[in-house]
Design a protein. Sequence first.
Length: 160
Amino acid sequence: MDNRHPNAKIVADFYRAFQQLDADAMARCYTDDVVFSDPAFGTLKGDAARDMWRMLAQRAEGFSLTFSDIAADDRGGHAHWTATYRFNRTGRIVVNQIEARFAFRNGLIAEHHDSFDLWRWSRQALGLKGTLLGWTPFVQRAIRAQARTTLDAYRARAAT
């Protein structure tokens, strides 16, 4: 680890915190105005991105995470990570393979973009419905809408 770029260390710190479901430590790896995106939540900025990780960490069931292939320089970086967990709406086990891209500013993550196959995810999380319809734009929009609704409800409860 000593020979890695400092930005590779911040990415490794982020994923080590994630392995421990320590969302506050994850949040400290981000700039105040971080921009996060993925196929399920879309684009989230600042506190919304940090709150997404807090929500996911609090709700995690049967969770494990591995990460690899971290590389970074002064401006950007990437990593591969795999999350295994029980999707709480259906009780089904999901193994999600994710490619992450990062941009850095002042030694912190300023942009974090995760990519994964939403249809593959829906087949695992939703079963037959995901297998038959998870590839359709209609169902993918519904998945994104449900993710955002869940996050908005979490944030509203946390604010009270």
